[in-house]
Write a protein that binds this ligand. Structure first.
Ligand SMILES: Nc1ncnc2c1ncn2[C@@H]1O[C@H](COP(=O)(O)OP(=O)(O)OP(=O)(O)O)[C@@H](O)[C@H]1O
Ligand SMILES: N[C@@H](CCO)C(=O)O
Length: 323
C-alpha cells in the first residue's frame, strides 16, 4: 500500500505589477502560518474528491466541476500516453484560498493536485512537463494559458517565464530585506473577466515602457540594485483598466506611498493588493491600514509576507496532520 501524502501549494502574486503574465512570486506570511491550498492523496477503490476548508462552500457543489478532479483525469491521460498505469486514489482538497482573490487560488489547487499525484506515483513527470500540465489546466479556468501563478506556486521564489518549452521559468534573485504587505478585500474578481476588459493591443509607448522596465528590473536584481528594481515596478498594462474593479484602490495606494512603500500594485487580477516595503514594521503599518480600510466584508484579510525560496511541499500525511 502506498503512503498517504499531503501537498501544500502557496499563494502567489501574478504579474508583480511590471511583468504581465510573465512574472510571478510565491508568498509566505512571516508569522509562519500557511497561506495556500492543500491536497491529500491516498489509495482507494475508486477515485473520489472531498472538499473541505474555509472556502470550500464558495466552490461549485459538484466535484466534477472542481479543477482538482480535472487535474486527476488529465494526469491519468498523460500517464496513459506514456504507457503507465494509475491506480485509483482518494483526494481531499483543503480550500484555504478565496476564489477570485488575486492570490492564485485556482493555481494553488492545481499545483497541489499535480504535485501530490506526481509524488504519489513516483515522480513520472519532470518539473517542466508538470509546469506545462499546470499551465494547461490554469488556461482552462482563466481563458488563456499563463504561468505567473502556477510557476512560483510550484517552484517558489520569483519566477520569470521564458516562453520556451524548457526551461519554462527562470528564477530571479530575491531581496531578503523586502517585505510584502498584502490585503485581500473579500470580494471576488473573475480572472477571465478581468482579462476581457483589457485592450487586445498596446500602443508603441506602452510596449517600450513594458520592455524597458522588465529589462531594468532583471538587471537590477542581479546586480543587487534593489532601489532601481523597485523604481520600475509599475503596471502599464492592466492596472489602468482593472483598478476600476477594486473599490478603495487609489486610497490604498496613496496611503502606502505616504508610508514610504517602495511599490504598490494589484496582485494578479485582484482584488488583492500588495505593497513592497523596506522593513517588516513598515509592512505591518500598511497591512494594518489596509485591513481597516481596504477590506469590504468578513472574508477579507491581510498579512505581512516575504517571498519564500521554496514553493510546493509534499510530505507524508500522518494521523497527526490537521484534518
Ligand atoms: N479548486 C478550485 N479552486 C479555485 N477555483 C476553482 C476550483 N475548482 C473550480 N474552480 C472554479 O474556477 C473558477 C476560478 O476563477 P478565477 O480564475 O477567476 O479564480 P482564481 O483562480 O480563484 O483567481 P485568482 O488567481 O485571482 O486567485 C471559478 O469559477 C471557480 O468556481
Ligand atoms: N497574469 C494573470 C494573473 C491572474 O491571476 C492576469 O493578470 O490576468
Amino acid at each position: 500500500m502506498k503512503k498517504a501524502l499531503r501537498a501544500y501549494a502557496p499563494a502567489s502574486i501574478g504579474n508583480v505589477s511590471l511583468g504581465f503574465d510573465v512574472l510571478g512570486a510565491a508568498l509566505a506570511p512571516i508569522n509562519g502560518s500557511r497561506l495556500g491550498d492543500e491536497v491529500d492523496i491516498c489509495a482507494a477503490d475508486a477515485f473520489s474528491l472531498t472538499v473541505k476548508g474555509p472556502f470550500a462552500h464558495k466552490l461549485p457543489g459538484d466535484v466534477d466541476s472542481n479543477i482538482v478532479t480535472k487535474c486527476y483525469y488529465y494526469f491519468c491521460e498523460q500517464m496513459e500516453l506514456t504507457g503507465r498505469a494509475v491506480s485509483p486514489v482518494a483526494l481531499t482538497l483543503h480550500k484555504n484560498l478565496p476564489i477570485g482573490s488575486g492570490l492564485g487560488s485556482s493555481a494553488s489547487s492545481i499545483v497541489a493536485a499535480f504535485a501530490a499525484l506526481n509524488d504519489y506515483f513516483d515522480a513520472p513527470f519532470s518539473e517542466d512537463t508538470l509546469l506545462h500540465m499546470m499551465g494547461e489546466l490554469e488556461g482552462q479556468i482563466s481563458g488563456s494559458i499563463h504561468y505567473d501563478n502556477v510557476a512560483p506556486c510550484y517552484q517558489g521564489g520569483m519566477t520569470l517565464m521564458t516562453g520556451a518549452k524548457e526551461p519554462v521559468t527562470l528564477s530571479l534573485p530575491l531581496n531578503p530585506n523586502w517585505y510584502y504587505a498584502i490585503c485581500y478585500s473579500g470580494i471576488s474578481v473573475s480572472t477571465a473577466q478581468a482579462r476581457d476588459i483589457l485592450p487586445k493591443q498596446v500602443d508603441m509607448a506602452t510596449a517600450l515602457t513594458f520592455g524597458r522596465q522588465l529589462g531594468v528590473f532583471v538587471h537590477a536584481l542581479h546586480t543587487e540594485n534593489f532601489d532601481l528594481a523597485a523604481s520600475v515596478m509599475k503596471d502599464v498594462i492592466a492596472e489602468p483598466y482593472r483598478k476600476s474593479l477594486l473599490p478603495g484602490f487609489d486610497d490604498a495606494r496613496a496611503f502606502s506611498e505616504s508610508e514610504g512603500a517602495l511599490a504598490f500594485g494589484i496582485s494578479g487580477s485582484g482584488p488583492t493588493v500588495f505593497a513592497v516595503c523596506n522593513s517588516s514594521e513598515q509592512a505591518a503599518r500598511i497591512a494594518r491600514y489596509l485591513n481597516d480600510n481596504y477590506i469590504q466584508n468578513q472574508d477579507g484579510f491581510s498579512h505581512v509576507c516575504q517571498i519564500p525560496k521554496s514553493g510546493t511541499v509534499v510530505s507524508p500525511l500522518t494521523e497527526h496532520s490537521d484534518a
